[in-house]
Ligand binder design. Structure first.
Ligand SMILES: [Zn+2]
Length: 425
C-alpha cells in the first residue's frame, strides 16, 4: 500500500466540482480524500506552492507499437513517456503487428501494462478482423477483455456498410467507434497538404477534402444509426465546421485534435523535414485558426497526441518515403499551455479537453478530484522554463518537430492511484 500523500498549498483546478482554489489535497489508500479529513501521521507532505493540481490528464490516442515494433516503443516505455508528460492514462490504438483484434491481444496489452509503471493503459480494439476492413472483429470478446473503444486507426474503414455495422455493434457494448477519416483515393501517395507550398517543394499533396468527405460520411452514419462516433485527429476548417453543424443538429459525435494541428502549419515541412510529416498532414494557417476556434467553442472535445513513435530508419529517408507521425506525449501539455497564454482557452477548458472529456469519451473513471475517486493527479509548474531536448526525451523514439523549442510550463509530478509515477525533482 502506498504511503499517504498530503499535497499542500497547490492551486487545485477541478472544474467537475467547480473548484479553483489554493489548498491541500489528501490522498490515502490510492484515493482522493475530502478536504475536511485529517491527514494520518505517516503522510508524506509535499509543498506545491505555485503549482497546479489537476485531475490526471488522459490521452485517448497513442500508438505504443507493442507487439511487433518494440524498437520504436514498448508498452512500458510509452507508459513512462506518458507519465513524464503529465498523463495518468492513455488509450492505445490497435494498429500493432499483429493488430489488437482479439481477446488475447487485448489481454496481452493489459498484462504488459500491469507489469510496468507509469500511466494506465486502456486498449482500443480493432473494428475489423486484422484491421483489413472486410469483416467485423469480435467486439464482444474484446470488450470483456477490457477494450474501451474500437478503431481501425491508421486506416479508414473504407466500406460504408461495414462502418454502419460497426457503429451498430459497438453500441451493444456502450463503446464509441473512433474514425480515422480519410478518403484513400484522394490521399494516396500524398506526402503533405495539397497547395502552392507542396507544388513549390515538388511534393504530392493531400487535399482537405480527403478528410472532410469521410468526416461527412461518418457524421451521416452516426446521425442515421443514432450511435456514438468519435472523430480522430481533426485538421481542417471545413471538418470543424461539419462537426459544429452536426452537433447543433443533435448528432452523437465527439471529436479530437492534436497539438500539432493547433501549433504548426504546412510551412513546418520547410526544407523537407520528415518530422513535419503526418497523416492527416499539417494544414494552412486558416485551418489552424479554425481548429483553435473549435477547441474554444466546444466543437472539438479533446486534445490527444496521436503519439506515433518512429525510429531513424523510417524518418531519415527521402520525404515522400518517410513514415507518417510524430511523438507527442512529452510536448502535448506544454503546447496546450501556450493556448492559455494566447487567450484561446483558460485553465478550466484545458482540464475539460485533456481530462474530463477524454474520460467521458472512452467511459473510464477520471476527470475529477472528488473524494473517494482514484487519486490520478497531474501537478504542473506553469512557470517552469525548459528546452525540449533530444537527450531528455523519455519515449524510445525521438521523432519530434519540437526538439530545441523553449517552453514555459510542464508537468512536474504525475500520481496514479495515489502512487507517484513521475517526479521532475
Ligand atoms: Zn489516424
Amino acid at each position: 500500500m502506498s504511503r499517504p500523500l498530503l499535497l499542500k498549498n497547490g492551486r487545485i483546478i477541478d472544474p467537475a466540482n467547480n473548484i479553483d482554489r489554493i489548498g491541500d489535497l489528501l490522498v490515502t489508500a490510492g484515493k482522493c480524500r475530502a478536504a475536511a479529513d485529517s491527514p494520518p501521521p505517516d503522510a508524506m507532505e509535499i509543498d506545491l506552492t505555485g503549482k497546479w493540481l489537476l485531475p490526471g490528464l488522459i490521452d485517448i490516442h497513442v500508438h505504443l507499437r507493442e507487439p511487433g515494433e518494440e524498437y520504436k516503443e514498448t508498452i512500458a516505455s510509452g507508459m513512462a513517456a506518458a507519465a513524464a508528460g503529465g498523463f495518468t492514462a492513455v488509450a492505445c490504438m490497435p494498429n500493432t503487428t499483429p493488430p489488437l483484434d482479439s481477446e488475447s491481444a487485448i489481454s496481452f496489452v493489459r498484462e504488459q501494462a500491469r507489469l510496468a509503471q507509469g500511466a494506465k493503459v486502456y486498449p482500443v480494439g480493432a473494428v475489423s478482423r486484422g484491421s483489413k476492413g472486410r469483416e467485423l472483429a469480435d467486439m464482444g470478446e474484446m470488450r470483456r477483455a477490457g477494450a474501451v473503444a474500437f478503431s481501425d486507426d491508421g486506416q479508414p474503414v473504407a466500406d460504408s456498410q461495414l462502418m454502419r455495422r460497426a457503429l451498430e455493434y459497438a453500441s451493444n457494448y456502450n463503446c464509441p467507434i473512433i474514425s480515422h477519416a480519410e478518403e484513400l483515393s484522394l490521399s494516396r501517395n500524398g506526402a503533405m497538404n495539397e497547395g502552392a507550398f507542396a507544388t513549390r517543394l515538388g511534393l504530392r499533396g493531400i487535399p482537405g477534402a480527403a478528410e472532410e468527405i469521410m468526416v461527412y460520411r461518418d457524421l451521416s452514419l452516426a446521425a442515421y444509426t443514432g450511435q456514438r462516433l468519435h472523430l480522430a485527429h481533426i485538421s481542417t476548417a471545413e471538418s470543424v465546421d461539419l462537426i459544429r453543424r452536426a452537433k447543433a443538429a443533435g448528432c452523437p459525435v465527439t471529436a479530437e485534435t492534436t497539438p500539432h494541428y493547433f501549433s504548426l502549419t504546412e510551412e513546418a515541412v520547410g526544407s523537407y523535414d520528415t518530422n513535419a510529416k503526418m497523416n492527416p498532414p499539417l494544414r494552412t494557417a486558416a485551418d489552424m485558426e479554425a481548429v483553435k476556434e473549435g477547441l474554444r467553442d466546444g466543437t472539438l472535445d479533446a486534445i490527444v497526441t496521436d503519439h506515433a513513435p518512429h525510429s531513424i530508419l523510417e524518418k531519415e529517408v527521402e520525404f515522400a518515403r518517410a513514415a507518417n507521425g510524430i511523438i507527442g506525449l512529452e510536448t502535448s501539455l506544454p503546447l496546450t499551455l501556450c493556448l492559455i497564454r494566447e487567450g484561446v482557452i483558460d485553465e478550466r477548458r484545458l482540464v475539460e479537453l485533456m481530462s474530463i472529456n477524454p474520460a467521458r469519451i472512452i467511459g473510464v473513471e477520471g476527470g475529477s478530484l472528488s473524494a473517494g475517486r482514484r487519486a490520478d493527479i497531474t501537478v504542473i509548474d506553469p512557470a517552469l522554463n525548459f528546452c525540449y531536448e533530444r537527450q531528455n526525451i523519455v519515449s524510445k523514439s525521438k521523432n519530434s518537430p519540437f526538439i530545441g523549442r523553449h517552453f514555459t510550463g510542464k508537468a512536474v509530478m504525475t500520481i496514479v492511484d495515489g502512487e507517484i509515477v513521475y517526479s521532475a525533482a
